[in-house]
Design a protein around this ligand. Structure first.
Ligand SMILES: [Zn+2]
Ligand SMILES: [Zn+2]
Length: 187
């Protein structure tokens, strides 16, 4: 696998662009009143610029990541406010260790959860490796985890696999679920 610098810088430029748009939107939307916000949302969903389901999904994730389900006890190794839970293998029992869970970081919501962003990530990798496009939930989860690693460490570190924290894994699984999950694979 060869990850050329030009493609990489293109991905970074795209990511910066997305983050810029995101912080601009946040600032602008934050300045509006409730009625203006409702009017904008209704208008943009009616014109296909966004979907009501997407808004519902985003709200669901925000609520989901606020706390663990009542029947699930927080593992002793978890120090964050996210949905850390006991994983299949002990190596995966890792927490982001941030008081406000990193899964709630606005940048992660783009890098790890935004479908358009994840599809771009998949597109750029498929293009470099001449693979067929696959936008299945399992591929979207792969894009979210590798995006998280790139965001946090600046590289994927082949041969020295990094463990994605449990809170991140569970947040991604809630958004893009699967019936069966495989544990961490040693490279
Ligand atoms: Zn945690
Ligand atoms: Zn966390």
């Amino acid at each position: 696998m060869f990850f050329s610098y030009s493609s990489f810088s293109l991905v970074l430029k795209y990511r910066k662009f997305r983050l810029l748009i995101y912080s601009y939107s946040q600032e602008y939307l934050g300045s509006l009143g409730r009625e203006q916000l409702i009017a904008i949302i209704v208008e943009s969903t009616a014109h296909g610029n966004g979907s009501l389901q997407y808004i519902k999904d985003t709200m669901a994730v925000t609520e989901d990541t606020n706390s663990l389900p009542a029947d699930q006890e927080r593992p002793s190794w978890c120090k964050c406010s996210g949905p850390c839970a006991t994983m299949l293998s002990s190596i995966e029992n890792k927490c982001c260790k941030k008081t406000v869970c990193i899964a709630k970081d606005p940048q992660f919501k783009i890098i790890g959860l935004n479908k358009t962003h994840l599809e771009m990530h998949i597109r750029s990798w498929a293009d470099m490796r001449a693979e067929n496009l696959d936008f299945s939930f399992s591929k979207l989860r792969w894009a979210a985890y590798s995006g998280y690693i790139l965001w946090q460490f600046g590289k994927l570190g082949k041969g020295n696999r990094k463990v994605v924290p449990s809170c991140i894994v569970n947040t991604v699984r809630m958004r893009y679920p699967s019936d069966a999950y495989t544990g961490f694979r040693e490279s």
